[in-house]
Design a protein around this ligand. Sequence first.
Ligand SMILES: C[S@@+](CC[C@H](N)C(=O)[O-])C[C@H]1O[C@@H](n2cnc3c(N)ncnc32)[C@H](O)[C@@H]1O
Length: 261
Amino acid sequence: MREDLLSVSYQSDAVKPQAEAFARQHQLTLTSPEQASTPLLLHYSEDFVELRDRDESTAIHVDFLKGDMAHRKQFGGGRGQSIAKAIGLKSGVQPPSVLDATAGLARDAYVLASLGCAITMLEQSPVVAELVQQAIDRASENADFQLIQQQGFKLINDNAIHYMQQLAEHEKPDVVYLDPMFPERKKSAQVKKNMQILQKLLGHGDDIESLLDIALSCALKRVVVKRPKGAPCIGEHKPSMAIETKKMRYDVYVNAAMKAA
Ligand SMILES: C[S@@+](CC[C@H](N)C(=O)[O-])C[C@H]1O[C@@H](n2cnc3c(N)ncnc32)[C@H](O)[C@@H]1O
């Protein structure tokens, strides 16, 4: 990880050991927010861990219990949502197991988990994975969140290509979900802010064609790729169908029909 891009800080002694452990593991400077000199700062507070963009004075964090993730869980439209249709969730069908191979800030994964799917999330960036894992740890005292965890909601910090290549037959998920990085594809200020910080941290390059190839050989039922509206499909494979919303499109590659409940 680039020491000139990112450093680590903490708010209080209660979270100092976690901040120290992350900084040590990734050979990053542990500093105070006032003395930080890198463009990005991973800051541990008692409520959450946030990634700050010091140049833009913005920050992102993950919180499964408050804010727009909790709001979308409660009011997002249940199985009527396009993402639910894309993964094949409809009445009379058992919620599929989903491998979210590009987990990012786990927003989509949490929507799918809230709809009853068992989710495994893969995230290659240790920093993004830390934002999500710390949010999971902090939410895990909450009874509703515990139900989601019991049904299956876990994060693995690994490259999805590597992970999917070594999956045994009995470990294969029903659905692989892919949401590759794409610059400036959404209009809301919040999403733009998330994307700008992630792009500063990660750059733009996903190996999406290889991801799709391996996902197609790994998904028992289907692969879903989230695309900006109007963007071309990925590589040579033709989707079986596409589900469009106002701002985006889900390309669906069907391998087999979903199981009846
Ligand atoms: C656009 S974000 C996903 C946002 C996510 N759907 C959400 O709702 O928050 C894409 C993420 O995929 C991750 N990613 C890209 N290629 C990957 C790979 N091969 N393995 C694991 N993660 C990957 C990036 O690090 C980035 O965090």
